[in-house]
Write a protein that binds this ligand. Structure first.
Ligand SMILES: NC(=O)c1ccc[n+]([C@@H]2O[C@H](COP(=O)([O-])OP(=O)(O)OC[C@H]3O[C@@H](n4cnc5c(N)ncnc54)[C@H](OP(=O)(O)O)[C@@H]3O)[C@@H](O)[C@H]2O)c1
Length: 335
């Protein structure tokens, strides 16, 4: 059985990766922290591994010990551990860049480089596309991340470009949604409460990938003969922002009032939310950093190479994904 390590296994994307990797017959190691929830990791076949990416000595020892006990390291690694929200800018860099660098260095030092290392980056690393031409964001463009999150993901990507003999693939998913997800969930909640919320008056062109399609793609990529390439990931379509609300309204059978807020008001709101959530050591989904992304109008993305190289055939478009997500939110009484 081939061994796959999935870091960030306790998270939204990670927990789906673990489930799918088990279905595909891998020996699955869930990379978690002592404090990580195991709520979505109930399968008895899962092997847990506590990795401290901030502590190089601990990390090196863990990988060494693992290799000795298991006759070698992991066949594959999917590095999903990361943060999308932080209450200080340095934290993005520490987790999304430095931890990744420490991890790769420890794999090199311990001579446990896997056959393939999947780096879960983000479309945010490139930033939004041109708002005038509405041309899809493409590899040929100069990355121009607008948020600290995106910048930290970009620095991590640049680190991979400096490596020799380290087989990686970088995936840059656009907004990932589906069961268990908590950020886009706020949009579902708002519609459920009778409101559609828009930032600014300009139409936004958004892109999405349903979590199940994303994990199918990433696991499929492990066994393919492709290395040292990067891909943007979406379901291949672009959607006007109102469509997301439309599908949610249909799924929930709700009527809504449209609220369109000027960007300046949204920024002030994000600032206020940050301060009040901060009192409880929490970070709101609408925060100053993410407003820079939420206000951008062109998130169209180039995916021709992704569809071609992996024969990628997403099973979910936004409408189907939203309906399945609503069913889950309802079943779990989130809605
Ligand atoms: N969701 C999206 O729309 C989206 C889009 C593009 C890219 N991505 C990327 O996809 C990956 C997974 O995102 P997600 O949406 O699944 O996020 P998530 O639900 O917040 O999960 C993040 C995971 O990373 C782990 N993690 C965070 N800080 C860590 C640290 N210092 N050391 C070790 N593990 C740490 C978390 O562990 P704990 O449970 O212990 O906190 C959790 O397992 C991230 O790299 C993210 O940047 C997500």
């Amino acid at each position: 059985m081939k061994k796959v390590l999935i870091t960030g296994a306790s998270g939204f994307v990670g927990s789906f990766l673990v489930e799918d990797a088990l279905k595909k017959g891998y020996e699955v190691y869930a990379g978690i922290r002592g404090s990580s929830s195991r709520k979505y990791l109930p399968d008895e076949r899962i092997k847990f591994l506590s990795l401290d990416f901030g502590n190089t000595n601990h990390l090196t020892k863990s990988l060494d010990d693992f290799a000795q006990e298991n006759n070698g390291g992991f066949d594959f690694i999917i590095h999903g551990a990361g943060i999308t929200k932080a209450n200080n800018i340095q934290h993005y860099y520490d987790v999304n860049y430095l931890n990744t660098k420490h991890f790769v260095e420890a794999l090199i030092t311990t001579k446990t480089i896997p056959k393939k290392f999947i780096q879960v980056s983000s479309l945010a690393a490139f930033g939004p596309g041109n708002p005038k031409t509405l041309e899809p964001i493409n590899h040929t463009h100069k990355p121009m991340p607008v948020s600290s999150y995106g910048k930290s993901k970009l620095v991590a990507e640049e680190y991979f470009a400096t490596l020799n003999d380290f087989p990686f693939i970088i995936f840059r998913p656009t907004t990932v949604y589906g069961p268990r997800e908590r950020d886009l969930f706020t949009v579902f909640q708002m519609v459920n409460n009778g409101f559609e919320f828009y930032i600014g008056r300009k139409p936004q062109h958004l892109t999405f990938i349903y979590v199940k399609d994303l994990v199918t793609l990433m696991l499929d990529s492990l066994e393919r003969d492709i290395i040292n390439k990067s891909y943007f990931v979406s379901d291949g379509k672009s959607y006007e922002s109102s469509l997301l609300n439309t599908y949610i309204k249909q799924g929930l059978n709700k009527k809504t009032i449209k609220l369109t807020m000027p960007v300046a008001v949204v920024k002030a709101l994000a600032f206020t939310l940050e301060k009040s959530f901060g009192l409880f050591n929490q970070i709101p989904t609408l925060n100053s950093e993410r407003v820079k992304e939420f206000e951008s109008t062109n998130w169209k993305v180039f995916t021709d190479d992704l569809f071609l190289d992996f024969n990628f055939k997403p099973e979910y478009d936004l409408e189907r994904g939203v309906m399945e997500t609503i069913a889950w939110y309802k079943q779990e009484k989130w809605l």
